[in-house]
Design a binder for this molecule. Structure first.
Ligand SMILES: Cc1ncc(COP(=O)(O)O)c(C=O)c1O
Length: 381
C-alpha cells in the first residue's frame, strides 16, 4: 500500500526533474570535498567563515566535550537546565543587543518552536513569500491567519498591513535570503513599523556571524525577535533565538518543540561562548568573504550570466529543473560542487544554482569556478 504510493510519487519526482539524491561525501578537507572519488571544490557550503574546519574551533570543542561530557541527558524542563547554557544565552543576548536569548537543537526546530508558540488562532502573520520552509511550517502550526507579501516588497507589505484590523500582527522575513541571496530592506521595514504596530520576526540564519558590524547581521534596528543558527557562519550546530525579555519564560511554559526535546549538552553551550569570541574578532574573514563574493558576482555577470545576491549567497538563474540538475552534474565532472535548487525550495521553473561563497575561497578558486560554469553551460547548449 505505502510502497505503491512511494513508488508512484518518486517516479513523478523523476519525470518532473525534482528527484533528490544527494551525493555521498567521503571527506571534507577545508574548501574541498571528496565525492565519487574526486576532490571537488565546494561551493555548496554555509560554513561562510570557514570556522567549521578551523583547527582553533576543533580544539576548543574537543576540550569542552572532554570537560563536560557528551549529553545533557534530558530536556531543559527536566534536569537539563544547566548554568552554562543560561550563561551562554545571556552572552548571546548581550552581544546581539536583545533582552534575552534561548538555544534550540536546530534552526528548523527554533522556527517551529517560536512561531507555533508565540502566534495563535486569531493572530495574523504577514510573511515574505520566500521565507524558509521551517518558518512556513511553524506559522501554519500556530493556527494564526496568514497572508503572503511579494518577496522583499515593502509597498506590498504596507498594503497587507492596511488590511489588518485590531488583531495582533506579526511580520516574518529573513535578513539575508537563503536562496535569492538578497538583503532585507531594513529601512523600509523600519518605516512601516513606525506607521503600524507589529511584531517583527527576522530569520538572520545566513547573516549572523558573516555580515554586519561584528557579525551582528543587519536587522537589529527593526527585529523584535531574531533567529540565528550555529550551523552556518558559526561552524557548529544548533540555533539561538534572540528575544525581548519575558518571552523565554513563555516558551519554557508553552513551546512543545522546546519542552519535549533533549537539550544540547553543556559542551555545546561552552563552545558557543568560545565561538562568540572568535566571531567578534573575525573581521578579516568577513572582509575577505565580501571581496571574493563580489568578485564572483561581477565575474559571472561579465560572462553574461544572470546572477542575483547581495552578499555571499549568489543565485545563478537557470529556470528549467532538469537543466539545473544537468548543469550541476557537468560541474561535478569538472570537480566543482554546487547545489541545484529546485521547487519547492524555489518557485517552479525558476531553478537556480545556489552558490555559497566562503572565506576559504581564494581569487583563483573564483576564476576557476567562472571558467567551469562557462564550459559546462557551453556543453549544454
Ligand atoms: C533561513 C533559514 N532558517 C533556518 C534554517 C534551519 O537551520 P538549521 O539548519 O540549523 O536547522 C535554515 C537552514 O537551512 C535557513 O536557511
Amino acid at each position: 500500500m505505502f510502497a505503491e504510493r512511494f513508488k508512484n510519487r518518486l517516479m513523478l519526482q523523476q519525470q518532473t526533474g525534482l528527484y533528490r539524491q544527494p551525493p555521498e561525501v567521503k571527506i571534507r578537507d577545508g574548501k574541498y570535498l571528496s565525492i565519487e572519488e574526486r576532490r571537488v571544490l565546494n561551493f555548496a557550503s554555509n560554513d561562510y567563515l570557514g570556522l567549521g574546519v578551523s583547527e582553533e574551533l576543533r580544539q576548543r570543542a574537543a576540550r569542552n566535550f572532554g570537560k563536560y561530557g557528551t549529553s545533557s541527558s534530558s530536556s531543559r524542563l527536566v534536569s537539563g537546565n544547566y548554568s552554562i547554557i543560561n550563561k551562554a544565552e545571556k552572552e548571546y543576548a548581550s552581544y546581539f543587543g536583545y533582552g534575552d536569548a534561548i538555544f534550540f537543537p536546530s534552526g528548523y526546530q527554533a522556527n517551529l518552536g517560536i512561531l507555533s508558540t508565540i502566534l495563535e488562532r486569531g493572530d495574523t502573520v504577514i510573511f515574505d513569500k520566500h521565507i524558509h520552509a521551517s518558518s512556513v511550517k511553524g506559522m501554519t502550526m500556530s493556527g494564526a491567519n496568514f497572508l503572503g507579501y511579494n518577496h522583499n516588497s515593502m509597498p506590498h507589505l504596507g498594503k497587507r498591513l492596511e488590511m489588518c484590523g485590531s488583531q495582533q500582527v506579526a511580520v516574518l522575513t529573513e535578513s539575508l535570503f537563503s536562496m535569492d541571496g538578497d538583503l532585507l530592506d531594513v529601512t523600509g521595514l523600519g518605516k512601516l513599523k513606525e506607521r503600524c504596530r507589529f511584531l517583527a520576526i527576522v530569520d538572520e540564519a545566513h547573516a549572523f556571524g558573516a555580515i554586519g558590524s561584528g557579525g551582528r547581521g543587519i536587522a537589529g534596528p527593526v527585529a523584535d525577535i531574531a533567529v540565528g543558527t550555529f550551523g552556518k557562519a558559526f561552524g557548529f550546530f544548533g540555533a539561538f533565538v534572540l528575544l525581548p525579555e519575558g518571552f523565554k519564560e513563555y516558551l519554557f511554559n508553552f513551546s512543545s518543540p522546546l519542552i519535549y526535546t533533549t537539550t544540547l549538552p553543556e559542551a555545546h553551550a561552552a563552545t558557543a561562548i568560545d565561538i562568540l569570541e572568535i566571531i567578534e574578532r573575525s573581521e578579516d574573514r568577513r572582509k575577505h568573504l565580501r571581496d571574493v563574493s563580489q568578485f564572483l558576482k561581477e565575474g559571472l555577470r561579465l560572462e553574461g550570466f544572470r546572477v542575483t545576491g547581495d552578499a555571499h549567497i549568489l543565485a545563478l538563474e537557470i529556470g528549467d529543473e532538469a537543466k539545473a540538475v544537468n548543469m550541476a552534474r557537468k560541474l561535478l565532472q569538472r570537480n566543482i560542487f554546487v547545489l541545484p535548487a529546485r521547487y519547492p525550495t524555489v518557485p517552479l521553473h525558476r531553478s537556480i544554482l545556489r552558490i555559497g561563497v566562503t572565506a576559504l575561497h581564494e581569487e583563483e578558486d573564483i576564476t576557476s569556478f567562472i571558467d567551469h560554469v562557462k564550459g559546462a553551460s557551453g556543453e549544454l547548449k
